[in-house]
Design a binder for this molecule. Structure first.
Ligand SMILES: [Zn+2]
Length: 381
């Protein structure tokens, strides 16, 4: 079980400071939640994760179900013991990934969407994606590893998440594409709401279960979903949805949704967390949020700094003997690593810089949110 205590509310915005207690530790909120998709923060050991100010992580039900299978994780003592990482954990429901295999693949959608992927097309009722079959009870799909047929629905998702053993688990939902029309989104929402009740009934563990609010880009559906899901006895609430690069809709969507949710329970925003998003989503009342940005960009040689992003694979850094960021307290910046050396390693296709930049980026993101918490404490946010 978890407990959530709000310690301060902003007078300027909906931002709040909170303490989220879980069986594996305490999280100061608002908090950034790094992604450990396949029971690993890519490129890092668990000890290295511990040194990045990371408070809580999110792992992936869909991927862990396919490989190695939840039985292996359970036999290993649950996600924390399996990973040798004693930190609070969340698992997502697998809904996002399984649906990404569908319309997401067909239309080139993703959480991180480029301008050129935008298309003037829409998804309508009755339409089925090419690679999977959506039914009333869940989704039939083929594993990307060996092509075997698999089924994931609310009951299956909860059973898998119970075996994985995270502190916080998520209800199974359909994450609709930003190009789905109103009618498709409405029908999908009715299914997500039905599945929410199935998830509540299916859970037998003492893990915390968060309901998920959907409704796409439509105000009426967002409000309806927040009221419906907010009225069910969940321990917290996650807000889902894909917005592509439409940040304006994301802020509006939070303004429609959050006032409808029970104030005393924690709220998680799924898959959003560019640095520039953070003050905005926190001001709307989001307590935790996960995003692959710091780890994903690190593996492409991009470091985040107090003066913007650095593409460290560029030749111009080869003679730059400064650390990634002079103002950063991470072990990479403080430990004597130079931009010059990291650039050389990246250009030589070595593995080490991916680890070093990931450590820096995670530390940088967590420190950034720490400052936003201080800003709330000081009445500035
Ligand atoms: Zn650093």
């Amino acid at each position: 079980m978890i407990s959530f205590t709000i310690t301060k509310r902003s007078k300027k915005s909906r931002a709040r400071l909170g303490i989220l207690k879980t069986p594996h530790g305490t999280v100061q909120t608002p908090a950034f939640v790094p992604v450990a998709t396949q029971a690993a923060v890519k490129a890092l050991t668990s000890e290295q994760v511990m040194r990045t100010k990371t408070q809580i992580l999110i792992s992936n039900t869909f991927h862990l179900h396919i490989r190695p299978g939840e039985k292996v994780v359970k036999a290993g003592g649950g996600i924390q013991k399996f990973m040798n990482l004693q930190k609070p954990f969340m698992t997502d429901s697998g809904g996002f990934q399984v649906f990404s295999l569908g319309f997401g693949k067909d239309f080139g959608m993703g959480k991180i969407l480029s301008q050129k992927q935008k298309q003037n097309t829409s998804i309508q009722v009755g339409q089925q994606p090419k690679l999977l079959k959506i039914t009333e009870d869940g989704v039939l799909f083929r594993a990307y590893t060996d092509g075997r047929e698999m089924f994931l629905g609310p009951k299956e998702s909860i059973a898998i998440q119970q075996a994985l053993g995270a502190d916080i688990i998520l209800a199974f939902d359909e994450c609709t594409s930003p190009i789905a029309d109103h009618e498709y989104t409405q029908r999908s929402l009715e299914k997500t709401h039905r599945w929410a009740k199935v998830c509540l009934k299916a859970k037998t563990s003492d893990q915390a279960l968060y309901g998920i609010v959907q409704g796409g880009k439509f105000k009426d559906l967002r409000i309806e979903s927040a009221q419906f899901i907010g009225g069910l006895p969940f321990d917290g609430f996650a807000i889902g949805g894909e917005f592509g690069d439409n940040k304006a809709i994301m802020s509006k969507m939070l303004r429609w949704t959050i006032p409808e949710l029970p104030d005393e329970k924690p709220r998680h925003l799924l898959g959003i967390g560019y640095l520039e998003d953070m003050p905005k989503i926190i001001a709307e009342g989001v307590d935790t949020f996960d995003c692959i940005v710091p780890t994903h960009y690190a593996r492409r040689g991009v470091a985040f700094t107090s003066r913007g992003e650095l593409e460290l694979s560029k030749q111009k850094f080869l003679n730059d003997r400064a650390p990634i960021d002079r103002n950063c307290g991470c072990e990479v910046c403080q430990g004597g690593y130079t931009r010059s050396y990291l650039t050389h390693l990246l250009r030589a296709k070595e593995i080490a810089p991916l680890t070093l930049i990931t450590i820096h980026n995670l530390f940088f993101f967590n420190t950034y949110v720490e400052r936003l918490r201080a800003a709330i404490a000081q009445g500035k946010l």
